[in-house]
Design a protein around this ligand. Structure first.
Ligand code: GDP
Length: 297
């Protein structure tokens, strides 16, 4: 399961806290120091950890938690609440639909993050929810990318619009949206090109697509296993594109949790979905409360 090492460490701290009938300020400090270490070892952003610990400290001392009957339990509750807050609210994770269909969701991200797989996963999931999605292949740099989208699109039973690799991505996106309207598909998912690194040309292309298609959502796909790199990529993409949310992939292989716990606090943008395996059904809406429970046990 994801985050096992972080969970183990936090549960050890909690066990000690629960065992204490009386909790001194020194005990609290020591416990929070251990929580802090565990989060840093899990590759959570340093500033995020610092603020998180400060908030817990302030609440625990300020609310006379220490003199309560179950001080350890109270502190654990505060940690839990603050961890949920760190990852955002339930509402954040919903997709914004346009008043004028089709709703356009633009998926962006670096190569290998799992973007194309996620395009099909989202299409399949939203189809199950009664939507009529269409996938649009806007990655014209790799002929294999168009083919890959066609294959995964077929696997989830969603139409894939493509114009090969000789047409500009902006024109493909616009034509795809027109076609979706014609076919009464209420939802268009644009699979855009990825690169190994963020470069100006790519960002210009993505900005052009955004300007020409007015997407309701610009979702950045990042690989959870890359930890703080994922956080830095999120920050850069957000500064350049003003994304509306993040999709975390490969959460199934992430034993640390640094990306999941940092992205929202660093970018201010919510994590909306998570990829939890290689199969196309391995996708879920991201629920901060469930994630916090998974981490905290
Ligand atoms: P893209 O270059 O961003 O379009 O990435 P792909 O969609 O081609 O995915 C890259 C690799 O990551 C593929 O081998 C996928 O099977 C794998 N992958 C994608 N999402 C997940 C996930 O949630 N969990 C796991 N374990 N692997 C994933």
């Amino acid at each position: 399961m994801a985050f096992e090492s972080l969970s183990d460490k936090l549960q050890n701290v909690f066990k000690k806290l629960r065992g204490k009938g009386v909790l001194t300020e020194k005990d609290l400090k020591e416990a929070l120091r251990e929580v802090k270490m565990a989060l840093l070892e899990a590759d959570v952003n340093f500033k995020v950890v610092k603020d998180f610990i400060a908030r817990i400290q302030e609440r625990a001392v300020g609310q006379e938690v220490l003199s309560s009957l179950t001080p350890g339990q109270q502190v654990i509750k505060i940690v839990h609440e603050e961890m949920i807050a760190l990852m955002g609210s339930e509402e954040d994770s919903r997709i914004r639909y346009s008043d004028k269909p089709p709703t356009v969701i633009m998926l962006v991200g670096l190569q290998g993050a799992g973007k194309t797989t996620m395009a099909a996963k989202l299409a399949g999931m939203l189809k199950k929810q009664g939507k009529k999605p269409m996938l649009v292949a806007c990655d014209v740099y790799r002929p294999a990318a168009v083919k890959q989208l066609q294959i995964v699109g077929e696997q989830v039973g969603v139409p894939v619009f493509e114009m090969g690799t000789d047409v500009s991505p902006v024109d493909i996106a616009k034509a795809g949206i027109k076609q979706a309207a014609k076919m009464e598909c209420g939802l268009v998912i644009l699979d855009t090109a990825g690169r190994l690194h963020i470069d100006e040309e790519l960002m210009q292309e993505l900005t052009d697509i955004r300007e020409q298609t007015s997407p309701s959502e610009i979702l950045l796909v990042v690989d959870a296993m890359t930890g703080q790199d994922a956080v830095n990529v999120s920050k850069s993409f957000d500064e350049l594109l003003n994304i509306t949310g993040v999709v975390l992939t490969k959460l199934d292989g992430d034993t640390r949790g640094g990306a999941a716990l940092s992205i929202r606090a660093v970018t201010g943008k919510p994590i909306k979905f998570a990829g939890v395996g290689e199969k196309l059904a391995d996708v879920e809406a991201f629920h901060p409360d469930r994630m916090a429970s998974r981490v905290l046990g």
